[in-house]
Ligand binder design. Structure first.
Ligand SMILES: Nc1ncnc2c1ncn2[C@@H]1O[C@H](COP(=O)(O)OP(=O)(O)OP(=O)(O)O)[C@@H](O)[C@H]1O
Length: 723
């Protein structure tokens, strides 16, 4: 250890001792106050504050901070050290400087945005822009209250800053367990910009595989809750992610950041509940088997059911259908509560079309019917004698009920069925020719589904859209912020529907077009989404550095993109080198394939790797391999789409389910031409699979492979390793 390093270490040890002592003292004081359990409101509030501090202090004790920055503010005589932690630690005396600054505080942004070369830096504080100079940037690793590492990434007047961040590399080199982790200590400048971006904008983030999109979105939620305390609440924020297992995988990050209660759902789950249509939903595996089976993979055009039903052209049809129904809403009838008394159609129409025009169609219907009932009451008042009035009243009630039935029900499902010619209820039926634009295959399959009482995931956005058009949003929960993960699989209609449920277009929309393996329903270009918002309502950010995988893995995965996907954005790896990717040929056949997989697992599992996965093209192959390998590896988990828990460890799963996850080592079970063609889609699938690996990637195949798979390039080595 050099003298400088030694003295830095000693200095930080002293600092840590004093901070821990302070935490201990504050905790002891708080614990000495008896817990209040009475009914006095003021006392209860004070107790809640004490409890919150007790918890915060206990949480910060093992790792009170992770970084230090010495900052000389303009006009101040000398630099002052700022310690930055996951939670702030205030001094004991009111008005004293914080001992540890919360990572989300404005001044802490300097720690992330400063990359070493800047003479002067600035940050935005509530009181205005504050400028100054950085004298030192230091990473400090404390674990279980013990000082473990001190790494200076910048010293003013010292050597040039290191090209790669040693501390970051150290963190990236660690093995992962079965949960995504927080990255507060190593957030990169380009990520920090996104995390701290203003709230009321639809942020669209295109990030290469492993660029930290999911992680950044979760940190952004924690930031928004801190920065906009008064305007947002955790319960009114929601994350949409592709499946239950993925939600489980990311579920640890927010609690680590001290954030609870944020809703985490799949769009399907949320939308079907809102529509009360859970029972009608067809099993999604049917669609997945179609697209991900070996016979699938045809380039999905704009007439694929999901693409069409999420498109702007279908939205225009829905608009037309809802307007037509609304316009023809009030039945062309006068209302007669008893013989000799009538309420003319013109009056009813005037109420419906003019007086209540600001309400949704179903709201107008409700109001018109209520007004008719009030009219009946008024008309009944002068009727004499009492017996006649009673008789009229009875009649009026019956006739009003019968009349109400003649109104359309304004149910989104009924209208949707009408659009596809599948409705029994023909009130307000629209002329079929208005919907000639529906592709024939979509019309046929959807009509059949609807007649058989079934809807599919891709029907949910249009149904929700119709629901909004016909019933409005009153009484429905609105969000303060929405995160859409894997947004390349969302359709424009889906996003515009969600836009109605969020205040101020406050979105974080993140995805990667190169991983668009659900292109049969998702967007093919981000403009399809940004075009939904006004120019000042949205901003676009690109993340091109990949933090997950070694240089060799990223280099290899990039060759798949360059060879198989036109205009794809390549990932830039951080300078972390590991073993070359292995491409291993086994003799053709199912048995040989299983034997090769077993040999790969034997070599990779149970050594330094905590998570190893075997990725197949289809669910059936995953099942077959699971069966074949289980006797030797009883701990092998078979993962399917219905799972809501992610086990980690050793697993076998189809490629499309591995999306968003990561593993220390990945084995592509069979990348042969018999499983994958040369299409862009096949390339994207293998790209997704390869970029799941952190440290080791082995690609097995039975001989011939798709043209885009680079088996002899600089990043890979053929054959089994010599051990
Ligand atoms: N600044 C960082 N410091 C340390 N680790 C990071 C950083 N950014 C990302 N990572 C790590 O990189 C990995 C990938 O992150 P994440 O899953 O959020 O990326 P992603 O862009 O959503 O990936 P994909 O699209 O491939 O699923 C995670 O292990 C995450 O902890």
């Amino acid at each position: 250890m050099s003298e400088n390093v030694q003295s830095a270490y000693r200095e930080e040890q002293d600092k840590l001792d004093s901070v821990l002592e302070e935490i201990g003292t504050q905790l002891a004081r708080l614990r000495a106050v008896p817990v209040y359990t009475g009914h006095d409101f003021t006392e209860q509030v004070l107790e809640a504050g004490r409890e919150e501090r007790r918890q915060r202090l206990s949480k910060s004790e093992p790792e009170p901070y992770f970084g230090r920055m010495d900052f000389e503010e303009d006009g101040k005589p000398a630099p002052a050290p700022l310690y930055i932690g996951k939670t702030g630690l205030d001094g004991r005396d009111p008005g004293s400087l914080p001992i540890v600054v919360d990572w989300r505080a404005p001044v802490a942004s300097l720690f992330y945005s400063f990359t070493g070369g800047e003479e002067r830096v600035e940050y935005e504080a509530p009181e205005g822009v504050i400028g100054g100079a950085v004298h030192l940037k230091r990473n400090i690793m404390v674990r279980k209250s013990e000082l473990e590492r001190v790494v200076d990434t910048y010293t003013r007047g010292g050597e040039e800053p290191a090209v790669s961040d040693e501390f970051l590399l150290y963190r990236l080199g660690e093995n992962k367990d079965n949960r995504l982790r927080d990255i507060v200590s190593t957030i990169q400048a380009e990520q920090d910009k996104i995390i701290r971006a203003e709230k009321n904008k639809a942020l669209i983030i295109q990030g290469v595989a492993g660029s930290g999109k999911t992680t950044v979105a979760l940190h952004r939620l924690a930031f928004l809750l801190y920065q906009y305390k008064e305007q947002v609440s955790a319960e009114k924020m929601i994350i949409f992610a592709p499946n239950g297992m993925f939600l489980d995988y990311i579920s640890g990050v927010l609690p680590e950041l001290g954030v609870g209660d944020i809703q985490q759902r799949t769009f399907t789950d949320w939308a079907s509940k809102l529509l009360g249509a859970e029972q009608m939903l067809a099993d999604p595996s049917e669609t997945l088997d179609f697209w991900f089976g070996e016979s699938g993979g045809a380039a999905p055009g704009d007439d694929a059911p999901g693409r069409f039903k999420g498109s702007e052209r279908f939205r225009a049809m829905l608009d037309a259908a809802a307007s037509a129904l609304e316009a023809s809403g009030a039945p062309e009838l006068e209302f007669s509560p008893w013989d000799g008394k009538t309420l003319p159609y013109e009056t009813i129409l005037h109420w419906y079309a003019d007086e209540y025009k600001h309400y949704s169609a179903s709201g107008r219907k409700e109001r018109v019917l209520a007004r008719i009932r009030r009219w009946i009451e008024m008309e009944l008042k002068p009727v004499k004698p009492e017996t006649l009035r009673k008789e009229y009243k009875k009649k009026a009630v019956q006739r009003e009920k019968a009349y109400a039935k003649k109104w359309p029900d304004f149910s989104p499902l009924t209208l949707y069925k009408q659009i596809f010619g599948a409705a029994k209820d023909t009130r307000g039926v629209l002329p079929g020719e208005a919907f000639e634009g529906i592709p024939a295959s979509v019309l046929k399959s959807t009509r059949k589904d609807l007649k058989e009482g079934r809807i599919r995931e891709e029907d949910l956005p249009p149904l929700l859209y119709l629901h909004l058009l016909l019933n409005g949003i009153e009484g429905t929960e609105r969000f303060d912020h929405i995160v859409i993960d894997e947004a390349q699989d969302f359709s424009p209609l889906q996003v515009s529907v969600l836009d109605r449920f969020v205040r101020g277009h406050s979105f974080t929309i993140l995805g990667d077009l190169s991983q668009g393996i659900h292109a049969y329903k998702g967007v093919h270009a981000w403009e399809e989404m940004s075009g939904l918002f006004g120019a000042d309502e949205t901003s676009y950010h690109a993340l091109t550095r990949s933090y997950r995988s070694t240089m060799e893995i990223i280099g290899f995965a990039n060759t798949i993109l360059t060879g198989g996907v036109p205009n794809a954005i390549e990932a830039v790896p951080v300078f972390r080198s590991g073993n070359k990717v292995r491409t291993i040929e086994f003799g053709a056949g199912e048995k040989e394939s299983a034997e090769a997989a077993a040999r790969a697992i034997r070599a990779l599992w149970g050594r330094e790797h905590k998570t190893v996965s075997l990725l197949t093209r289809t669910q059936d192959q995953a099942k077959a391999l699971h069966e074949a390998l289980l006797p030797e590896f009883p701990e092998l988990n078979l993962i399917d789409g219905g799972m809501t828990q992610y086990e980690g460890g050793l697993s076998v799963l189809p490629l499309h389910l591995s999306k968003g996850l990561e593993f220390d080592a990945v084995v592509i079970a069979d990348a042969g031409r018999n499983r994958y063609g040369d299409s862009e889609w096949d390339a994207k699938m293998l790209y997704v699979g390869c970029t799941r690996a952190l440290h080791e990637l082995w690609v097995l195949h039975g001989g011939e492979t798709p043209a885009f798979l680079d088996r002899g390039g600089e990043w890979s080595e053929a054959g089994w390793p010599k051990i």
